[in-house]
Design a protein around this ligand. Structure first.
Ligand code: CA
Length: 654
């Protein structure tokens, strides 16, 4: 099997038998790194600087060659230790193989791979964090499938099986001389474990794992592990249940993926609350970030180019380093009694083929992709269908050729800081909306994210000619992408040519009701322009109304437009809200003493925007025009409320 070959390689390269520990973890600052790293204060000496490297053996079997900074082949565990990693995490599945011995993938990680990885890690002075999934394949918030060998067992029998299994596994590690620092009883066990979905049963499996750990490695810590710290109340709910059932554990561990799991501040808060209330240690046991938006192995990634992620950190090596550094900062200085941070699968790179077919053959044979087709024997609906390569190759800390990225040394540099000169690291895209009667004024500066994480404006040159801009005017409403250059990097401007809006402050983005007049006929409690992005149809401002007393929402929101060129026009406006009761809402246009009403509009519920308008009307030369929205609501519940946004007065040409 693949790990046998890897084990031999290990012995050759590292000589990692018992008693030949080569401690290469640096005790001083690594020099020559070009990344900006702000020092993390108050880092304890033994703070966990961890790396989950579960797929390394399958990667090596697939032909991946890991290198050092000089580009020479070197044991990846040596490279990790030399960068300041002191703990290796490895997942353990009970039996990730089908009846014919074909691996399910994801590193085909069972206790044998854990032993080999543990030996190599120990050989370079690092300790092991053993992550039992208690499943035959991936366990996470979406699935916690029962190992096939435990299928159909009553909870008492399953508990005994979990205890025996954990004990046997840990004894193998002990016999191999592996330094085990912590044992996780379950992986991201959000309300399920080993097929059990009631806490009354889940806790027995956790207890069984804890008991075996205490017996085999009395000095190791027992950890429980959950995900989704962003859900309010979730962690305290779990901690309370663990306490109620008196589950024997030391560490309450959390995953933290910045693109899914809320703010770092919230993470620190929810972990602190558990530590404070129940006297437990905490740990950020999984985190990662992309160093590039590009995929390198022909198998899609969890984040990257095209993903709708708010990029507080650009997808660069520096952005990755900054993200990890900030997670460490929260661990050391905000989350109470936090033992450290473990990066997830920083070694899971492309197996290096030049096509999907070539890679797929390796993933199938050696289990180096996230899942192989053989996983259908256990998980036919997900892994068995969507099997493929690495979804995190762009979040590794090694490039596609196996050479470590500078960001890997963040594990060392956070202890000392590496405050190199501040310079631009990435450019933010520019968005420009220009109406057809306006002028395309290409911005002279764009926002840059600097290597220290700050933002600055930098001068930009756009690669567009006047003739090309002229064509964009003549092309009607359309979208364009214009390339540019700033600080030696490529800049991008997304230009939308839109029809001319003859209204002033049409979406209230001037920061008030400038240009508008409210005729309040019912005496509503509140009618004003409000800044709240989540309640706006576009931008961050809108017109807000609310009134507690029934029947008091009765107003006209209007704008008088002078000097409108003669021609045909269209008026449009949008509204959403709730608790409206019976309503009479319509858009209108007043023209030459006549009122033209649009169709009646309705208010339904939050965020359900309705757009109405007056489709076409003719304005003679010199005529004053008033456009507006009539809103009358009987109100119910706590009183009618609503939001009005994005008024448009466009000329209609045909
Ligand atoms: Ca990929």
């Amino acid at each position: 099997m693949c790990w046998m070959a890897a084990a031999c390689l290990c012995l050759l390269l590292a000589g990692c038998g018992k008693g030949s520990v080569k401690d290469v973890i640096p005790k001083k600052k690594l020099e020559g790194n070009s990344l900006y790293v702000k020092k993390v204060e108050n880092l304890p000496e033994d703070f966990i600087c961890g790396m989950d490297a579960s797929s390394v053996l399958a990667e090596e079997a697939s032909g991946v060659v890991y290198r050092n900074y000089a580009g020479e082949e070197q044991d990846v565990f040596q490279t990790l230790a030399e960068a300041g990693v002191n703990t290796i995490r490895v997942r353990v599945w009970n039996d990730p193989f089908d009846a014919e011995g074909n691996g399910f993938g994801g590193g085909n990680c069972n206790i044998d791979t854990a032993v080999e990885i543990g030996k190599r890690a120990t050989g370079f002075g690092m300790s092991l964090l053993v992550d039992f999934h208690y499943s035959d394949f991936w366990a996470d918030p979406n699935k916690q499938m029962c190992p096939r060998a435990w299928e159909g067992m009553a909870i008492e029998e399953k508990t005994e099986a979990a205890y025996q299994y954990t004990k046997e596994c840990l004894e193998k590690l002990k016999k191999a001389g592996v330094k085990v620092r912590m044992v996780q009883v379950g992986n991201e066990t959000n309300g399920a474990l080993a097929g059990e979905t009631k806490w009354f049963d889940i806790q027995y499996i956790m207890q069984a794992g804890a008991k075996a750990t205490r017996e085999v490695f009395p000095k190791a810590l027992v950890a429980v592990h959950f995900a989704n710290p962003e859900t309010a109340g979730r962690y305290m709910d779990y901690a309370k249940k663990l306490d109620y059932y008196q589950v024997d554990y030391d560490v309450f561990a959390s995953s933290y993926y910045p693109f899914w799991h809320g703010t770092l501040e919230n993470l620190g808060n929810v972990l602190s609350e558990v530590a404070q209330t129940y006297g437990k240690k905490t740990l950020i046991v999984e985190t990662s970030y992309a160093y590039t938006g590009e995929d390198t192995d022909f198998s899609g990634n969890t984040i990257g180019d095209g993903s709708a992620v708010v990029k507080n950190y650009p997808y660069t090596v520096q952005g990755q380093a900054n993200s990890v550094r900030d997670v460490f900062d929260v661990a050391a200085n905000h989350a109470k009694d936090c033992l450290g941070v473990v990066y997830w699968e920083g070694t899971w790179i492309s197996v290096g083929g030049s096509s999907w077919e070539e890679n797929s053959a390796l993933w199938e044979k050696y289990g180096s992709g996230w899942a192989s087709s053989y996983a259908a024997a256990y998980d036919p609906d997900d892994a068995g269908k969507y099997y493929g390569g690495s979804a995190v190759d762009n979040q590794a800390m090694f490039d596609a050729e196996g050479k470590p990225l500078e960001s890997l040394q963040v594990f060392n540099l956070i202890r000392y800081g590496n405050e190199v000169p501040v310079k631009a690291d990435a450019l933010e895209d520019t968005y420009l909306e220009v109406d057809l009667n306006g002028t395309i004024a290409m911005p002279e500066k764009v926002n840059a994210v600097m290597n220290d994480g700050s933002k600055q404006e930098v001068p930009v040159t756009w690669k567009v000619t006047d003739a090309e801009l002229q064509k964009m005017y003549e092309g009607g409403p359309a979208k364009y992408e214009i390339a540019g250059e700033a600080e030696g990097m490529q800049a991008r401007c997304y230009l939308s040519m839109v029809e001319y809006n003859f209204l002033e402050n049409p979406g209230f983005e001037d920061g008030g009701s400038e240009g508008w007049f409210v005729e309040d006929r019912g005496g509503a409690d509140q009618i004003y322009a409000e800044e709240k992005g989540t309640d706006s149809l576009s931008g961050t401002w809108h017109m807000h109304f609310w009134s507690a007393k029934p029947g008091t929402v009765d107003f006209n929101l209007m704008q008088l437009v002078r000097d409108l060129p003669a021609g045909d026009y269209r008026f449009e406006i949008s509204i959403m809200g709730g608790d409206a009761g019976e309503t009479e809402i319509y858009p209108f246009v007043m023209l030459g003493g006549e009122m033209i009403r649009g169709d009646l509009m309705e208010i339904t519920w939050y965020n359900d925007w309705h757009t109405g308008g007056v489709a076409k009307f003719t304005v003679p030369e010199g005529e004053l025009v008033t456009v507006g929205l009539h809103v009358k609501c009987a109100g119910e519940g706590n009183g009618a409320w609503g939001k009005i946004d994005d008024a448009k007065l466009n000329s209609v040409s045909e």
